[in-house]
Design a protein around this ligand. Structure first.
Ligand code: MN
Length: 437
């Protein structure tokens, strides 16, 4: 059961990887997130790794050093694959067995003689996409985001009548998902300015980020066989950070009647490390408490387990650094901070809804939450909301103003979970720099 707390969450565990024992880091021994890497600058076949402190545990090398021997053969084979799809497709039990083995392997008392062969410094590694992502779907699960954005376009009717019934989503583009650190070229597209009667084709002047949480499909479902809400989490492998880059001027002109298209599909950045649901178990919390006047979700989206534990308390932050800030050696500026607890729909509800018509989800598919915005000031997950569509620019420490992103701006997403009695676990970073069109 992915909600269970066990020996791998014990806050007193220490690792023989010294850097993993520091306070307030993202990758202590209690986390054990999965990613895909190769030695920087090499043409090596990619390998699966687990982040531990400032190092990566190389699962292929662990296998060859016979450190995974006790595990089922199929699971060992999945650990030596060039991406995470096979491992994602395995049952929760298998993943749990691997988590326990990795925790044991990295514990202080267990330092292996092969340490040098099975570890690589994160700074020597190139982190790649963790899976072959077949399909990508982006939801719209924050009622605060939906309301704030709705207000900008329809002041008297911000929230459309389906919102509290349907976990709204659009089908995104998997081919343009890139790993953290990839530069993002400013897109061009059709833009119609209010003062013009017709659009022109030009570079976007309203380029934005969207702070989101992504989740990878674990075991998939057969075409025609919906996943029930009680079982939904058994089909989720783990979570990452997502930046759904958005060109607001292109979006405003193209979105009716079928939703976003080229305003989103030019690039989506994801963080390289996937935190499993097991790692997140201590940070589960009740699902968002609906207002008493709100409708209950339809029965196929309701379960008491999900109501009680369907939420996850993840703190999420957006940081920015302009080229001028970088020249003046300034640290990035935090633009916002919010919590994933504020989402109207749970991961289980999104996944259940997605498969409810019989649509088959496949291991490695990526679902994203939509922009995470909270009710509080300073918890808005995109510039469109923060600057009120550019009418209230943000001031940077250099005195520069930002309505939307400028060329050379770097956007950094961060996410982490903290709770008394447990070690913090983090997602690392999701970065991208804007290049000129
Ligand atoms: Mn989005």
């Amino acid at each position: 059961m992915s909600h269970s707390i066990d020996a791998t969450h014990n806050p007193n565990l220490r690792s023989w990887v010294e850097s993993a024992n520091q306070q307030n880091i993202d990758f202590p021994i209690q986390n054990l997130p999965f990613g895909v890497f190769r030695t920087q600058g090499s043409a090596e076949t990619t390998r699966i790794g687990v982040a531990i402190g400032d190092k990566i545990l190389d699962l292929s090398r662990c296998y060859h050093a016979q450190l995974l021997q006790e595990l089922p053969e199929q699971l060992q084979a999945a650990c030596t694959a060039p991406n995470l799809n096979l491992l994602m497709g395995m049952e929760t039990q298998a993943r749990l067995a691997l988590r326990h083995r990795l925790s044991e392997l990295l514990r202080y008392e267990q330092q292996p003689s092969s340490e040098r062969e099975i570890l690589i410094s994160m700074s020597d590694a190139e982190l790649l996409l963790p899976a072959n992502i077949g399909d990508y779907t982006d939801f719209y699960a924050s009622i605060f985001h939906a309301t704030n954005v709705g207000k900008l376009f329809r002041p008297d009717n911000p929230l459309l009548p389906n919102y509290k019934y349907v976990p709204i989503a659009y089908h995104g583009r998997a081919s343009s998902i890139v790993p953290s650190g990839t530069s993002i070229k400013r897109p061009s597209g059709q833009i119609k300015k209010p003062e013009n009667s017709a659009p022109s084709f030009s570079p976007s002047q309203m380029l934005d980020y969207e702070l989101e949480v992504g989740f990878f499909v674990g075991a998939g479902n057969q075409l025609g066989q919906p996943i029930y809400v009680d079982k939904a989490e058994e089909h989720i492998f783990g979570l990452c950070l997502v930046n759904d880059w958005s060109a607001r001027d292109i979006q405003a002109w193209e979105y009716q009647p079928l939703g976003p298209f080229l305003s989103k599909s030019f690039a989506t950045t994801i963080s390289p490390w996937i935190l499993t649901l097991e790692a997140l178990a201590p940070f589960r919390c009740p699902a968002f408490r609906r207002h008493q006047d709100d409708p209950q979700p339809l029965p196929y989206l309701c379960s008491s387990l999900d109501t009680n534990l369907g939420g996850i308390d993840i703190t999420l932050e957006v940081w920015i650094r302009s080229p001028q800030m970088q020249e003046q050696d300034m640290q990035p500026l935090r633009l916002s901070r919010g919590s994933f607890q504020s989402m109207y729909w749970t991961l289980a509800q999104m996944l259940t809804h997605h498969s409810s018509n019989g649509c088959n989800l496949r291991s490695g598919d990526l679902l994203a939450s939509g922009t995470v915005s909270g009710a509080e000031e300073g918890s808005q997950g995109c510039l469109l909301e923060m600057t009120q569509r550019g009418s209230q620019p943000i001031e940077l420490p250099t005195g520069e103003a930002r309505k939307f992103l400028s060329d050379g701006d770097e956007v950094i997403l961060r996410g982490y979970c903290e709770k008394a009695g447990y070690n913090r676990v983090g997602f690392g970073e999701c970065r991208g720099v804007i290049l000129a069109a």
